[in-house]
Write a new protein. Structure first.
Length: 329
């Protein structure tokens, strides 16, 4: 397992290797301690040079640190909730036994199995990745919360999302994957799609990158089938939906660790920045939008990137809350 841990720390592990590692860590306390010891060596060295066979990688280290932080937070929350639910289950059992004594006709009380629910919450201005019990990967954007059971039922995999998440669903034809969010229900077997639906926003969006999904709306009788590179927008206040064709890949840019734009048109750069920072960008169409520039964004604030653009391009900008207004100098 040591070579998989090293690959994971360096950011080179495959999806199957990451899942195998997580299962190995959860198997025993000694496995968890061994992983933590290697992690501590990685963190102490700052670039992983203390581990055998590693070469320095600042980006891999930062990515790993964020992943471990999210994983350990989820594990702590999981343990706390298990303790609470065990107590609640014992109380419920006593109540059920008492109630059964008063039931007429010798009827048996219905037993229901309690599910442990894990809440994965992302703090403001952050994002993280979550691996669900079936191996499905979910990237959560800032101000987002994903709720899911500790173990999925045999015939149904269901989660609830408040915010924005990108889903890479493990295919299982006998067990559809369900996402409940903002007046919409998304049903899939295996695919890649982005969901954006904040509780305080009027409009929810689902964008399909690959595969197929069925979207059920609150007051719509028939489910709506989306094709790759299509987006459905649903206004919960007016109960009106719209389907449009888009470049779906741009709607998943936010989940990457960096945004590389090499020799791209200024108009494309503005559009991708809007997705990356989750802001509206309004710009003057007299600008040289066809001019080509190269720029890479990692964790820089939008103000820093805008200052850079104002130096290399003939633009000036204004910030109004979550909106950027760009004009010609």
């Amino acid at each position: 397992m040591e070579h998989i841990i090293i690959k994971y720390l360096r950011g080179h592990a495959s999806g199957e290797e990451e899942q195998s590692l997580l299962e190995w860590i959860r198997k025993s306390e000694s496995n968890r301690k061994e992983f933590m010891e290697m992690r501590d060596l990685w963190i102490t060295s700052g670039d992983g040079s203390a581990l055998p066979g590693t070469s320095g990688s600042k980006a891999a280290f930062n990515r790993f640190r964020r992943t471990v932080a999210g994983y350990e937070t989820a594990e702590r929350r999981k343990k706390n909730r298990i303790q609470v639910l065990r107590y609640a289950a014992s109380v419920a059992l006593l109540m059920a036994c008492s109630l059964g004594m008063y039931m007429l006709g010798g009827k048996n009380a219905k037993n229901e199995q309690a599910e442990t629910i894990i809440h994965q919450t992302v703090v403001r201005n952050d994002k993280t990745a979550v691996v669900l019990p079936d191996g499905t990967k979910v990237w959560l954007n800032k101000d987002s919360k994903l709720s899911y059971p500790e173990n999925f039922a045999d015939k149904r995999r269901a989660v609830t999302l408040d915010g924005e998440g990108f889903f890479d669903v493990v295919r299982n034809e006998s067990s559809p994957f369900i996402v409940e969010t903002g007046g919409m229900t998304v049903k899939v077997l295996g695919t890649e799609f982005d969901v954006k639906s904040h509780a305080g926003a009027a409009v929810s969006e689902i964008t399909l990158l690959s595969g197929n999904v069925e979207v059920s709306l609150k007051n719509n009788a028939d489910p709506i089938a989306l094709l790759p590179n299509q987006k459905i927008s649903y206004n919960r206040q007016t109960d009106i939906h719209r389907i449009e064709s888009i470049d779906a890949a741009e709607y998943a840019l936010w989940k990457n660790e960096k945004l590389v734009m090499n020799n791209e048109e200024l108009g494309t750069i503005f559009r991708k920045m809007a997705r990356w920072y989750d802001v509206d960008i309004a710009y003057d169409h007299t600008l040289p939008l066809k001019a080509h520039y190269s720029i890479t964004i990692t964790d820089e604030p939008k103000e820093e990137i805008l200052r850079l653009l104002s130096v290399i391009t003939p633009i000036k900008y204004e910030l109004e809350n979550d909106k950027i207004i760009i004009k010609r100098k």
